[in-house]
Design a protein around this ligand. Structure first.
Ligand code: C5P
Length: 247
């Protein structure tokens, strides 16, 4: 890895300059954090699993017409993506009440919502990623109105598709977080693409039959079995975890 120019080290990924102009390499680490970095640890093999699940999800989403930053997986832990200007919002979709929503409103986890909720948090660790209303996003110029509409439309499409995708392997998609970026169109403009990753680190996945948690809540809540849970999600999705050792 040392020959690559590091651009940024995040909690679960490192970004390197890509081999071509306007490309980035996302390197997936095994490091796990929760509660805004208060809890730290590692989940062995997580980086490989998340890299490969993200590859699968991004590929499927682009097949249904969702533009993404994903170009190709390069190795067990690396994927090549387009460089985008990340919009500093965490776009969260909730199908079933869990986590922060359960805590904030005093609702028991597991209540299936009559329709999905899309909410936004400002992506800012120092502020603890506060919930941000649409009005604030627009007035503060974080995104324009047409961009926000597009983000919400794309997010709904992603949710419709992924609920069915996971249901097909016996998993209920409870909630998840997406990030979007602006990709230069080669002229003067840009368009919005899905960026970052999609993995059990940023969604909640419950087994349909047993209700068992198969996501990062196992780590957050000290439930144990996180490695096995991540592996089981990969196995059900048909993601091979055989090492390719191309790094
Ligand atoms: O914690 P909360 O209930 O708001 O999380 C909702 C969903 O968003 C969960 O699937 C969680 O994994 C994801 N999330 C995330 N990154 C954050 C906050 C939440 O991936 N910073």
């Amino acid at each position: 890895m040392s020959d690559k120019e590091m651009l940024y080290e995040g909690k679960a990924k490192i970004l390197y300059k890509g081999p071509r102009a306007d490309t980035i390499i996302q390197y997936f680490k095994d490091d796990a954090t929760a509660f805004n970095n208060v809890k730290k640890g590692t989940i062995a093999g997580k980086g490989i699993i998340n890299n490969k699940i993200t590859e699968l999800v991004m590929t499927r989403l682009s097949q249904i017409g969702i533009p993404t930053h994903f170009i190709e997986r390069m190795s067990d832990r690396e994927q090549l993506v387009h460089e985008v200007d990340i919009i500093p919002l965490e776009v969260i979709v909730r199908n079933t009440v869990a986590g922060t929503m359960a805590k904030t409103f005093g609702i028991e986890e597991g209540l299936r919502l009559p329709r999905p909720i899309i909410e936004f948090s400002l992506k800012d660790d120092d502020l603890g990623d506060p919930l941000i209303p649409e009005n604030h996003i627009l007035v503060l110029g974080i995104a324009k109105e047409d961009e926000l509409i597009e983000i919400m439309e794309m997010t709904s499409k992603v949710n419709d598709f992924l609920r069915g995708f996971f249901a097909g392997v016996g998993i209920e998609l409870i909630d998840f977080k997406l990030e979007f970026g602006r990709l230069n169109d080669g002229e003067d403009g840009h368009f919005i693409v899905l960026a970052d990753e999609f993995s059990p680190d940023n969604c909640r996945l419950w087994d349909y039959e047993t209700g068992e948690k198969m996501d990062k809540d196992r780590f957050r809540r000290d439930l144990g079995g996180e490695v096995e849970a991540y592996q089981e999600v990969a196995r059900r999705l048909g993601v091979s975890l055989e090492l390719e050792d191309k790094e």
